[in-house]
Write a protein that binds this ligand. Structure first.
Ligand code: PEP
Length: 255
């Protein structure tokens, strides 16, 4: 089954009003006329208004780096699905390793966020992946299965219909040390197979992005792999020309 690739930029804690406008203007110029790949950006929520305005008329979708499970009320500092929808956000990153680590987010809590997004009609981008120690201990598949099963146990495998998984080995994030295409493909095939054991139809359509030091030099080779359906990009998403090369590589490899 042909899956439409998705390349998404995770800006993390970077930017300003001016930076947001400038980077989006650059992306619109670089990506004009590029087809065959869905593209999204997740600026800090503080700049969603600027991003929404700057993206007007473009095919680039708006996303966010996080969401809370509560819809409204006394939850100081949190951001709801309804607020993200208010700004036209579509793709919402959850379970990023930086939130699992620095904010102690558990698999179950991330699964709750997944449910809140589905309920709101937003697209969860579920980040999963093992640490370096887990990788060296041969636990990659066990960790990925556990993180996916938290969602399946809470919501059923059908929850992955229309959803996105980002396989992001923690040792590859921001280190400049990407997984090799073969390494990443092996884990992506495992992830798809794990979902297929519950539902082949769900597994066939779910987008599985690779994330971890993807850049303009290594993206094309990663996208030659059959189960790599795009990328979640951190550092290289902060420069329009580099991000555009990654998007174009996905569009070329998958069409
Ligand atoms: C990320 O944090 O989602 C990520 C993949 O970062 P980088 O591309 O910088 O490794």
């Amino acid at each position: 089954m042909a899956r439409r690739p998705l390349v998404m930029g995770n800006w993390k804690l970077n930017g300003s009003k001016a930076f947001t406008k400038e980077l989006i203007a650059g992306l619109k110029a670089e990506l004009a006329g590029v087809e065959g790949c869905d593209v999204a950006i997740a600026p800090p929520v503080m700049y969603l208004a600027e991003a929404e305005a700057a993206l007007a008329g473009s095919a680039i979708a708006l996303g966010s780096q996080n969401v809370d499970v509560n819809v409204q009320g006394a939850f100081t500092g949190d951001i709801s699905t309804a607020m993200l929808k208010d700004f036209g956000a579509k793709y919402i990153i959850i379970g990023h390793s930086e939130r699992r680590t620095y904010h102690k987010e558990s698999d179950e809590f991330v699964a709750q966020k997944f449910g809140a997004l589905k309920e709101a009609g937003l697209v969860p981008v579920l980040c999963i992946g093992e640490s370096e120690a887990e990788n060296e201990a041969g636990k990659t598949e066990e960790v990925c299965a556990r993180q996916i099963d938290a969602v399946i146990n809470a919501l059923g495998v059908e929850a992955f219909n229309g959803a996105v998984i980002a396989y992001e080995p923690i040792w590859a994030i921001g280190t400049g040390k990407s997984a090799t295409p073969a390494q990443a493909q092996a884990v992506h095939a495992f992830i798809r197979g794990h979902i297929a054991a519950k539902s082949q139809a769900v597994a066939d359509q779910v987008i599985i992005q690779y994330g971890g030091s993807v850049n303009d030099a290594n993206a094309a080779e990663l996208f030659t792999q059959p189960d790599i359906d795009g990328a979640l990009v951190g550092g290289a998403s902060l420069k329009a020309p580099a991000f555009a090369v990654i998007v174009k590589a996905a569009a070329k490899a998958k069409n």
